[in-house]
Design a protein around this ligand. Structure first.
Ligand SMILES: O=c1ccn([C@@H]2O[C@H](COP(=O)(O)O)[C@@H](O)[C@H]2O)c(=O)[nH]1
Length: 253
């Protein structure tokens, strides 16, 4: 958490650079290095997506090398969407933190809080999927709870209660549903949100910041992956995004 706060302040940025590498092995290694080198100045965090590494031979090695290339003061969020019973989750946690060297993970909380707790460690941050950015999320996440509100609201309530109890919990909330983002912010006023969906998925940056920024102008990590991977000049794309964020934060969106 401290590392994240320091990085956000130092870079004056809320940009999370997503690393979803596609292409043949030689291209991918080169492109990963280029994207990291060109964007790290603007990055509040990096988010490698585990699936894109596991789908290639030597993917774990490539992931470790990728994390090692990222400057040490920039948090790395391993987007694995882990979610299994505690005894198994402990092994995922060891993989993410001890093998890969990540500072944070994403976790699917469907199996309950014992699927989340093993990831909580001193200095680490666990982003729990609450309201995702994909179109079909509504079939699960809009389900009405008997006590009122939706399943997404229920998850947010449990996540920030868990944060109050043990600390180190953030939430994943997509940029594609700003009204839902505002609802989750109301339920969890203090927590950090990892917000994917700006870029290829069409999420609106201004609406996202308006809905989710905390009064201190922080609390959001805005992720974009394909838009940077495919960019002709990733540095320019990252710099422009960060410039927009700074402007919007300065005028209090
Ligand atoms: O709700 C979610 C949770 C995670 N993701 C992941 O974020 C990136 C988004 O990539 P873009 O290319 O910027 O669309 C990707 O790794 C997803 O698996 C998400 O999109 N939505």
């Amino acid at each position: 958490m401290q590392k994240l706060i320091q990085r956000v302040q130092k870079a004056n940025s809320l940009l999370c650079v997503g690393l979803d590498p596609v292409g043949d092995d030689a291209q991918v290694a080169r492109r990963l290095a280029d994207v990291i080198d060109q964007t790290h100045e603007f990055a509040a965090a990096f988010k490698p997506n585990l699936a894109f590494f596991l789908s290639r031979e030597n993917g774990v090695q490539l992931l470790r090398e990728t994390v090692q290339r990222i400057p040490q003061d920039i948090p790395v969020i391993l987007d694995g969407k882990f979610g299994d019973i505690a005894s198994t989750a402990e092994h995922y946690a060891r993989f993410a933190y001890d093998v890969v060297g990540a500072d944070a993970v994403t976790v699917n909380p469907y199996m309950g809080d014992d699927a989340v707790r093993p990831f909580v460690r001193e200095g680490k941050l666990v982003f729990v999927l609450a309201k995702t950015s994909n179109k079909s999320q509504y079939s699960m996440q809009n389900m009405a709870l008997t006590r009122g509100g939706s399943l997404a609201h229920g998850v947010a309530t449990v996540a920030c209660r868990l944060d109050a109890e043990i600390g180190g919990i953030g939430l994943v909330v997509g940029a594609t549903y700003p009204e839902a983002l505002a609802d989750v912010r109301e339920i969890c006023p203090e927590q950090w949100f990892l917000v994917p969906g700006v870029g290829a998925q069409g999420g609106d940056l201004a609406a996202t910041l308006r809905a989710g920024l905390r009064p201190d102008g922080a609390g959001l990590l805005i992720n974009t992956s394909r838009a940077l991977w495919q960019a002709e000049d990733a540095a320019v794309t990252a710099r422009d995004l960060v410039a927009q964020m700074r402007e919007l934060r300065a005028v209090g969106v």
